[in-house]
Design a protein around this ligand. Structure first.
Ligand code: NAD
Ligand code: WQD
Length: 341
C-alpha cells in the first residue's frame, strides 16, 4: 500500500525537524516546506542522517499562495498538513509586531486556503501555552480562558486558534497542540535547537553557558510565590512533542467527522522550577554551571504547567522521556555542535 503523504511546514526548524523523524519512522512520506528565514540546512542534514534517506524539501514561503499550490500539486495528495512555520521569539515580536502578525497569520491563512483548494482536510497547528497567560488555576486545562496576551507573539497564537475555530466548517478538521516548554534534542545528537544570536530560552542559555560560550546563567527572579522563589514551568522533551503530532494526526485520520476543531495541552503535567532545573542539569551533566540571581523578566508568568488528561486519554499519548533525559540530550547536542568531547 502507498504511504500516506504529509506536509510539514517549518520542518527545517527545531520542533518540525524532530517531528519529521517521528513521522517517517511511523511509516509516513514527508514533504517539508521552509523558507529558511529562521534556520538553515543543518537540521535537514540531521534528519537525513538519522533516517538514512532523503526527505523532499521545498524551499519557499508559506505566505506565497502560488508556491504553496505548486507544492501541493507536485507532491501528490497530502493526507495531512502539520503547520509549524511561524516566528517564535517573544522579545522580537514586541520589537517588530507587524512582522509577527504578517508572518504568523498570513502563513496560516495561506496554508488553510491552499488546503481547501486542494481538498486536504486535516491540519495540526502549533499553538502554545502562552495563550493562557497566567492561569487562575494550575494545572491548567484546555477550558481555561485566554488572558490578555503578554506579547504580539502570544497574540498571534490566540488569534490563530480563533481563526481555526471559525474556519473549521465543512472540509476542515483541525487539532491545535498547545506546547508548554519544549526542550532537549534527539538522542542521536544529530538534531537539536540552534538559537539565533543570544538565546532567550532557559535551556539553550544553560547549555551554552556550560559549554563556556556564556559566562553565567541569570535566574530571572527568586522572589516569586513558589517553593524556591523561582518560576515554575512544564518542560517537555522535543521528541515527545514530535510523537504527539503523529498521534494527533492519526486521531484525525480515525475520525469520520466532516468538521472538527480540538485543542490539546501538550505538556508533562509536572511543574519544575528554574532553580530545580539548574540543579538537575548540573547533576546529569557533571558540569558546575555558574549562575546568579537577577531581577524578574518582564512578562514572565509565575508558574504554569499542564493538565495533560485530555491528550493522555484522547490521543493515548504520554511522555516517554524524563526531564533528566531531556537535559542530557540537550547537553549532548550542544557538545556535538561545539565539538566538545
Ligand atoms: P523554529 O524557528 O526552530 O522553526 C520554525 C521554522 O519555520 C524555521 O525553520 C523557519 O525558517 C520557518 N518559517 C518561519 N516562517 C516561515 C514562512 N512564512 N514560510 C516558510 N517557513 C517559515 O521554531 P520551533 O521552535 O521549531 O517552533 C515551531 C512552531 O512551534 C512555531 O509555530 C512556534 O511558534 C511553536 N511553538 C514553539 C515553542 C518553543 O518553545 N520552541 C513553544 C510553543 C509553540
Ligand atoms: C523559562 C523560565 C524564565 C532564561 C517561552 C515563550 C512561550 C513558549 C515557550 C513559544 C522562565 C527563566 C529564562 C534565562 C531564566 N514559546 N529564565 N534565565 O518564557 O516559559 O516560554 O518559550 O510559544 O511562549 O514565552 O520559556 O525558556 O524563556 O523561560 O531564569 O536566561 O526560565 O524567567 O521562568 P518561557 P523560557
Amino acid at each position: 500500500m502507498d504511504k500516506k503523504k504529509v506536509l510539514v511546514t517549518g520542518g527545517a526548524g527545531y520542533i518540525g525537524a524532530h517531528t519529521v523523524v517521528e513521522l517517517v519512522q511511523s511509516g509516513y512520506e514527508v514533504s517539508i516546506v521552509d523558507n529558511l528565514s529562521k534556520s538553515d540546512r543543518t537540521l535537514l542534514d540531521g534528519i537525513e542522517k538519522i533516517l538514512g534517506m532523503k526527505v523532499s524539501f521545498y524551499q519557499g514561503d508559506c505566505c506565497d499562495r502560488q508556491f504553496m499550490n505548486q507544492v501541493f500539486q507536485s507532491a501528490g495528495t497530502f493526507s495531512s498538513v502539520l503547520h509549524f512555520a511561524a516566528f517564535k521569539s517573544v522579545g522580537e515580536s514586541v520589537e517588530y509586531p507587524l512582522l509577527y502578525y504578517q508572518n504568523n497569520l498570513n502563513s496560516l491563512l495561506t496554508v488553510l486556503e491552499t488546503m481547501l483548494e486542494n481538498r486536504v482536510s486535516d491540519l495540526i497547528f502549533s499553538s502554545s501555552c502562552t495563550v493562557y497567560g497566567q492561569p487562575d488555576k494550575i494545572p491548567v486545562g484546555e477550558t481555561a480562558p485566554f488572558k490578555k496576551a503578554e506579547s504580539p507573539y502570544g497574540s498571534t497564537k490566540q488569534m490563530s486558534e480563533r481563526i481555526l475555530e471559525d474556519v473549521a466548517v465543512k472540509g476542515l478538521r483541525i487539532v491545535s497542540l498547545r506546547y508548554f516548554n519544549p526542550i532537549g534534542a534527539h538522542p542521536s545528537a544529530l538534531l537539536g535547537e540552534i538559537p539565533l544570536g543570544t538565546p532567550n530560552n532557559l535551556v539553550p542559555y544553560l547549555t551554552q553557558t556550560a559549554a563556556g560560550i556564556r559566562d553565567k546563567v541569570t535566574v530571572f527572579g527568586n522572589d516569586y510565590n513558589t517553593p524556591d522563589g523561582s518560576c515554575i514551568r512544564d518542560f517537555i522533551h522535543v521528541v515527545d512533542v514530535g510523537d504527539a503530532h503523529v498521534k494527533a494526526m492519526q486521531f484525525l485520520q480515525s475520525r469520520d467527522d466532516e468538521k472538527l476543531c480540538e485543542a490539546f495541552n501538550l505538556g508533562t503535567g509536572v511543574g519544575v522550577s528554574v532553580l530545580q532545573l539548574l540543579e538537575k542539569f548540573n547533576a546529569v551533566t557533571q558540569v558546575n554551571t555558574p549562575y546568579v540571581i537577577g531581577p524578574r523578566r518582564p512578562g514572565d508568568v509565575e508558574k504554569v504547567y499542564a493538565d495533560p488528561a485530555k491528550i493522555n486519554k484522547t490521543l493515548g499519548w504520554k511522555t516517554k522521556f524524563s526531564i533528566d533525559e531531556s537535559l542530557l540530550h540537550a547537553w549532548q547536542w550542544e557538545k556535538k555542535l561545539r565539538g566538545i568531547k
